[in-house]
Design a protein around this ligand. Structure first.
Ligand SMILES: Cc1cc2nc3c(=O)[nH]c(=O)nc-3n(C[C@H](O)[C@H](O)[C@H](O)COP(=O)(O)OP(=O)(O)OC[C@H]3O[C@@H](n4cnc5c(N)ncnc54)[C@H](O)[C@@H]3O)c2cc1C
Length: 507
């Protein structure tokens, strides 16, 4: 074993949003960090890639957390983190989170304007007006509580005491809400089956689960914040967020090594001591943070079977089939919303391909495409088992991808007539692509809570291995760029206090 002397106080495995947020905030407090990233670029599921003059978002493209409105409190985490780092990531406001196109000619604009959004629902379901208002008020209550708390770690006793003594009633109320489900709460107020299906698709839009399986607290964060902090798109695309965080890490002296895959977390007597890279080099630190999924961290990077994570501990979310299209600009009307969700049949909305997610981010930032062109980014859930039997370089794989892409484009013509003829560039990604480029077990969107599990059962940042910490969507609070940013903040906050240099409050 030869140590390469490239040690730091903290080694971070992966330059996803969770890992970079933790690294940048620790480095800002003088805790030295060294990030190893398998890819040649940062961001993982929130990165951009360029092809033939287009800049595509690899995954995420609907962003919370960039509001400037201080009433959005600690939920404006991107604004607050970048302010702390002194890094500018300009964004453009998007007035509609999602334009839903649902069965039975049911369309809804989930607008920034809360009354306009509720008004659309009330117009369609006038008999449910009080139920609609009551349910969405529940989400606002969660939002109101969380946005008034400072961001910190639930494992940090000092932080918990500060929140408990500063906001005793809100803390008790939130603790009770942690055990509630979004769908069961909706059923206290709403009876109409079609409206309950809409509540399901609101959950599914980001949680990839129906509303009953989705914790109320997560719903309160996402579905209320769209009306307060709002949705804001980073100029230059999704990759502008991790690039900004990288600038933050390096500004304070941290280091990021790209094209550096970690193959093992080195343990000694149940304690993390460092990492081994794929090139065989070893690097040591006082603590290690893993931004990989819970399955990759404990079943691949750690060889000691005592830490193995059982398959059924969490529900494994599906992966994705994605289309990255460069299209002739005239096919997209100027007043088109940027983000859309299409469901043709409620019976299959939660089956592979049953819900089509669809974005045209060039409507907000024309520089992402050559002049006169637009980007169409469409995706559906898919399972790796449906693709594993293919040879990735083979004709049969190519044909299966083309067939599915044609089906999705044909369905999308419902809202964009002429799309199939307007496509000039087509890049297709299956769960195999996701496993390879996002470096995620089975290309999965990550572990989901099982119905009945409370949000507090999501792993926190500490792990069963001493001095090994976890960030990202396998940890509390879960999937989504703003959620994993929270996990990075809470992890940095815990470690910084442990190292004697507590984070200052993010303002
Ligand atoms: C198709 C799709 C659409 C989405 N849409 C949205 C959206 O609109 N809005 C939203 O908020 N969220 C969205 N999400 C979810 C969001 O992108 C993710 O939840 C979030 O980006 C995950 O961040 P993370 O920090 O957990 O890590 P990841 O993004 O998974 O990053 C982990 C990083 O670690 C690296 N890594 C892993 N293992 C190793 C190793 N052994 N050695 C070195 N490096 C390693 C990976 O290469 C990667 O860069 C979407 C996700 C997908 C896939």
């Amino acid at each position: 074993m030869t140590a390469s002397n490239q040690s730091a106080d903290v080694i971070v495995i992966g330059a996803g949003i969770g890992g970079l947020t933790a690294a940048a905030l620790l480095q800002e407090r003088g805790v030295s960090t060294l990030v190893f990233e398998k890819n040649r670029y940062p961001g993982g599921s929130c990165s951009s890639f360029k092809r033939e003059g287009y800049s595509f978002d690899a995954g995420a493209s609907v962003f919370y957390g960039f509001g400037e409105n201080d009433s959005s409190g600690s939920l404006n985490l991107h604004t607050r983190v970048f302010r702390k780092l002194g890094i500018d990531v300009p964004t453009i406001h998007d007035p509609v989170q999602i334009h839903y196109h649902l069965p039975n000619s049911f369309t809804v604009l989930a607008s920034y304007d809360r009354e306009a959004f509720l008004g659309t629902l009330i117009n369609r379901f006038p008999h449910e007006e009080s139920g609609i208002r009551g349910f969405y008020r529940e989400l606002d209550d969660v939002y109101d509580i969380i946005s008034s708390f400072p961001a910190g770690s639930l494992e940090d006793v000092i932080h918990l005491l500060a929140v408990g003594s500063g906001y005793p009633l809100k803390a008790i109320s939130l603790a009770q809400k942690c055990f509630r489900s979004m769908g069961k709460t909706a059923r206290r107020y709403i009876r109409d089956e079609e409206l309950l299906r809409f509540i399901d698709i609101e959950a599914y839009s980001w949680a990839v689960q129906d509303a009953v399986s989705t914790p109320l607290v997560n719903a309160g964060i996402c579905l209320a914040d769209r009306h307060y902090g709002g949705i804001n798109y980073p100029l230059g695309g999704a990759g502008a967020i991790p690039e900004g965080l990288c600038r933050g890490v390096e500004k304070f002296g941290g280091r990021i090594r790209f094209h550096s895959a970690v193959s093992e977390i080195l343990l000694e007597n149940g304690e993390a001591r460092g990492v081994r890279l794929a090139d065989g080099s070893e690097h040591y630190a006082k603590a290690v943070i893993s931004n990989a999924t819970v399955w990759d961290t404990f079943n691949r990077l750690i060889t000691d079977l005592r830490y193995h994570v059982e398959k059924d501990r969490f529900q494994q979310a599906p992966s994705w089939f994605q289309l990255f299209l460069g299209v002739e600009g005239s096919v997209i009307p100027a007043d088109f919303s940027v983000h859309h969700i299409l469901v043709d049949d409620w019976q299959s909305y939660n089956q592979p391909g049953g819900t089509i997610y669809f974005s045209a981010p060039t409507l907000l930032d024309a520089s992402l495409a050559p002049p006169g062109k637009h980007i169409v980014h469409a995706f559906v859930t898919s399972e790796i088992d449906m693709w594993q039997h293919f040879d990735r370089g083979g004709q049969a794989y190519r044909e299966a991808k083309e067939r599915l892409a044609d089906e999705i484009i044909a369905k999308t013509e419902r809202i964009l007539p002429g799309l199939s003829k307007a496509v000039e560039l087509k890049i297709l990604a299956t769960p195999l692509t996701h496993e390879r480029y996002l470096n995620r077990f089975k290309g999965s969107y990550g572990p989901l809570l099982k119905p009945g599990q409370s949000i507090l059962q999501k792993p926190q940042n500490r792990t069963p291995v001493k001095n090994l910490f976890a960030v990202g969507d396998s940890t509390f609070p879960g999937q989504g760029v703003i959620a994993v940013t929270y996990s990075g903040v809470s992890c940095a906050s815990y470690i910084a206090r442990k190292f004697g240099t507590p984070l200052e409050e993010l303002v």
